[in-house]
Design a protein around this ligand. Structure first.
Ligand SMILES: [Zn+2]
Length: 247
């Protein structure tokens, strides 16, 4: 793997409990976290890159219009349900985030790994550690189990089969990951604006079904900084995202 020229480092801090995916079939939690297995037997909770890309794409799609950019709002892979079938050309969201088998994505996202501090995240950015080799997080944040029971409305008693336990991550856990952009300059600027606006909107939106996270940008590569500096909207979005919202 090589280090992308255009990249930015994202720090997410949970503001609510986040559920860790159990891998159990039919388990009714829309979790963004799962435990990645390592050869030493450790299973460390991470947010997979494609999962976060989906979250960011949806968030960017909602605010594209604020940037004067287009979105067909389609999440279906079939062309007939998207801009490409309906308008005969891709919308800006499809141009930037891609369409399977049709358009290469201009945005790639690393997995988001747990970090103890912003300093640790900065070191990962400076060393480009997420791109050079499979990165193994130093430690797994503590989690705890929550047991819930479903109540039958008619009789106010526990429903049979509706006792379930799942794993949750406490509030305030930080995850670090990077967004890489590969595109010619005009498309790269669109991608930067949609990624930044998508992150800003994510502070108000949901991570998975009900998770809330603060998102901030802790570093950008020099080449990405040059693109941002040429554009007023991108510059103010980046300025705003450099400060955490709640922390
Ligand atoms: Zn589209």
């Amino acid at each position: 793997m090589s280090v992308p020229e255009l990249r930015l480092g994202i720090l997410l801090r949970s503001r609510t409990l986040l559920a860790v995916a159990s891998g159990r079939e039919g388990f009714p939690v829309d979790a963004v976290l799962y435990r990645a297995p390592w050869s030493d037997g450790q299973r460390i909770p991470v947010i997979p890159g494609p999962t976060f890309k989906g979250v960011l794409r949806k968030s960017a799609s909602k605010v594209a219009w604020l940037l004067g950019l287009s979105s067909c709002h389609s999440v279906r892979p079939e062309a007939e349900y998207t801009c490409m079938g309906r308008w005969g050309r891709p919308c800006d969201i499809h141009l930037v985030f891609g369409a399977p088998g049709r358009l290469r994505s201009a945005v790639e996202i690393s997995q988001l790994v747990p970090v103890e501090s912003e300093e640790e995240a900065r070191r990962l950015f400076d060393d480009a550690a997420l791109w050079l080799r499979p990165y193994r997080p130093g430690r797994a944040p503590p989690t705890f189990n929550v047991t819930r029971v479903g109540i039958r409305d008619d009789a106010c008693v526990a429903s049979e089969g509706l006792l379930y336990t799942y794993e949750q991550m406490p509030i305030g856990v930080a995850f670090y990951g990077e967004v890489a952009i590969a595109a010619h300059e005009e498309l790269a600027l669109k991608a930067v604006k949609l990624v930044l606006a998508g992150l800003a909107n994510l502070r108000l939106d949901r991570l998975g079904r009900a998770g809330i996270a603060d998102a901030s940008v802790i570093a950008v590569s020099p080449k990405l900084g040059e693109i941002v500096n040429k554009d007023l909207v991108a510059s103010s979005l980046l300025r705003g995202l450099k400060r955490g919202w709640w922390f």
